[in-house]
Structures are given as structure tokens and as C-alpha cells.
Design a protein around this ligand. Structure first.
Ligand SMILES: [Zn+2]
Length: 116
């Protein structure tokens, strides 16, 4: 499962930060996930629960929050940004297909809450 690999990467990142700061327990992690990243939030949450329970001591009860980032594309012909999910690769403003994805593929570690 694709999501499990992502979860392992994120847990490693969080644990590295936690260890560097002498944190004993991480309570909550917030991720930003792009709409066209290919990640299914439900799978990610399931994989998260399993991985925190079995593969991490610092993050046993860690909660995962997911913020979805809207996918935006940009048209180089008329220099307009538009909603990727609605219009895909064709610009709704001028009909050009000289477009590229601005945002929507990212997975960002946004916030970490630790035990006081
Ligand atoms: Zn355009």
C-alpha cells in the first residue's frame, strides 16, 4: 500500500524532530495533502493508526489531522490560475493546454503537538 510508505516517511521525520528536541511523546500531527497527490485520506489514517501502534514508541497514541490543499493549475498562455480538478489540463479562460500544476501534489508536515 502506497499510503503505508508515506506514513513511515512522515513518522521518521516527526521522530527525528522529537528526538532532537528531547520530546517523550508526540500527541498530534497535522499534514497538508494536495488534492491530486494520489493519497487517499482514509487509507492514510488507517495506515497511520497501525504504524503508530506497531512501529513507534514516541507516537503510540498520536492523532493524525489531514488538511486538503486545493489543486491549482496555471496557464502560460493567458497567465491565469484555475481549479485543476474541474478543468484538468485545459485552461477554462482561453482554451489553451499550455498549463502546468501549481499546487496539489504536496505532502507537507504542517504541525506537531507534543506532550507538555
Ligand atoms: Zn489560459
Amino acid at each position: 500500500m502506497h499510503e503505508l510508505g508515506i506514513v513511515f516517511q512522515i513518522i521518521k521525520q516527526v521522530e527525528d524532530v522529537a528526538k532532537a528536541n528531547n520530546v517523550k511523546s508526540v500527541k498530534e500531527v497535522t499534514l497538508e495533502i494536495g488534492e491530486v497527490s494520489g493519497i487517499v485520506p482514509k487509507y492514510l489514517t488507517d495506515a497511520w493508526g497501525w504504524a503508530c501502534e506497531h512501529r513507534s514508541t514516541l507516537m503510540k497514541e498520536c492523532k493524525l489531522n489531514i488538511i486538503t490543499l486545493k489543486a491549482k493549475s496555471f496557464c502560460t498562455n493567458c497567465e491565469t490560475a484555475y481549479d485543476t480538478l474541474k478543468f484538468a489540463k485545459v485552461c477554462p479562460n482561453c482554451g489553451s493546454n499550455k498549463t502546468y500544476l501549481l499546487t496539489g501534489k504536496e505532502t507537507n508536515l504542517k504541525d506537531i503537538k507534543v506532550e507538555d
